[in-house]
Design a protein around this ligand. Structure first.
Ligand SMILES: NC(=O)c1ccc[n+]([C@@H]2O[C@H](COP(=O)([O-])OP(=O)(O)OC[C@H]3O[C@@H](n4cnc5c(N)ncnc54)[C@H](OP(=O)(O)O)[C@@H]3O)[C@@H](O)[C@H]2O)c1
Length: 312
């Protein structure tokens, strides 16, 4: 039985990674903060390890000892994504862990360089720590979660105005994978030793923005007016403008993700779904017919300003 330590085990994605690992027969250690110990249901193969990445590698080492794989699904700013994950990596090195999946779960962030997306930059800085590590990095790229892409932060769907907004021509396929499917793929990848040292791209569905609008109209049974917001150069100018005036990265980071999605630099390449045939991802239509129907309601709450947003 493979032993996997999951950091961020109480989060939206991490809790589903834990569930999928247990379903695949893994022995799971969940790193949970003291304030979050009641967030996970008990399971005979699940051990709760109470700790925080901020505790440092010495304290983390005892949780990691004996694990073959570490999966991180933490979320936060530089102190978590860079400093905290570095402490976890140091602990993993000392415990002889073979592989670590960092908390990337993003568009293809290695398809473009620094300065394009502030959240990608944090993950790229952490990736550099593997250059001198005995632990192999396995990065998982999935595109955008529809749960976020169709939520308020991306400004694509506006249920109050009844609009669907696009930058650029909307003709290039983008990559969409639900949180549940990302978790199912990640559990399979975590238990697949062939992924050591690789960037693994898996996806729910690839479709253009114009096709996405068609899917939304079909699922919602209503018309969504297409708003063409400008060219990709206009989008870059809008990001620059917001960077100058914003009080928080929340105000522009989703647009930063969209630039790289729409110009193709963040597109997934060499998609490996066929390596995991028992993961049957949800189509966009099925997502919109189920939980995704919530996007059509007018009551979506705006994210709190000042909060570090999730990577997109
Ligand atoms: N591609 C996309 O469109 C997309 C969209 C959203 C997210 N993501 C990515 O998916 C990953 C997971 O995001 P999520 O939405 O699942 O995040 P989330 O729900 O906010 O969960 C974050 C997890 O990290 C834990 N955590 C935070 N700081 C910690 C620390 N110092 N020590 C230990 N644990 C800590 C939290 O613990 P507590 O429960 O104790 O707070 C929680 O378990 C992130 O890499 C995120 O960027 C991608």
């Amino acid at each position: 039985m493979t032993t996997v330590l999951v950091a961020g085990a109480t989060g939206s994605l991490g809790s589903l990674i834990v569930k999928n690992l247990l379903e695949r027969g893994a022995d799971v250690r969940a790193l949970v903060r003291k304030s979050s110990t009641d967030k996970l249901a008990a399971h005979p193969n699940l051990t709760l390890c109470v700790g925080d990445l901020a505790d440092g590698s010495d304290a983390l080492r005892r949780h990691v000892d004996g694990a073959e794989v570490v999966v991180s699904a933490v979320q936060g700013g530089p102190e978590v994504i860079i400093d905290g994950q570095r402490e976890l990596l140091r602990a993993a090195e000392r415990a002889g862990v073979h592989r670590m999946i960092p908390s990337d779960f993003s568009i293809n962030l290695f398809g473009y360089g620094y300065g394009i997306n502030v959240l990608s930059d944090l993950r790229r800085v952490f990736a550099d720590a593997f250059a001198t590590s005995t632990v192999a990095r396995t990065s998982v790229a999935i595109g955008a979660f529809p749960e976020y892409f169709l939520g308020p932060i991306h400004e694509v769907l506006d249920p109050v105005a009844g609009t669907f907004s696009v930058w650029g021509d909307g003709m290039r396929p983008i990559d969409i994978t639900t949180i549940a499917d990302t978790a199912a793929f990640t559990a399979a990848i975590a238990l697949d030793p062939k992924t050591a040292g690789r960037e693994v791209h898996v996806v729910g569905q690839q479709l253009t923005m114009l096709d996405l609008r068609n899917e939304i109209e079909a699922a919602s049974g209503r018309r969504w007016e297409l708003v063409r917001r400008g060219t990709l150069d206009d989008l870059r100018a809008e990001i620059a403008r917001r960077q100058f005036t914003a009080s928080s990265v929340v105000e522009y980071v989703a647009l930063q993700a969209q630039v790289a999605m729409f110009d193709g630099t963040a597109s997934l390449r060499d998609v490996r779904n066929a390596d995991y045939p028992d993961v049957i991802p949800t189509s966009v239509a099925a997502y919109l017919a189920g939980r995704g129907a919530a996007h059509f309601a007018v009551s979506q709450a705006a994210r709190r300003r000042g909060e570090w947003p999730t990577a997109v």
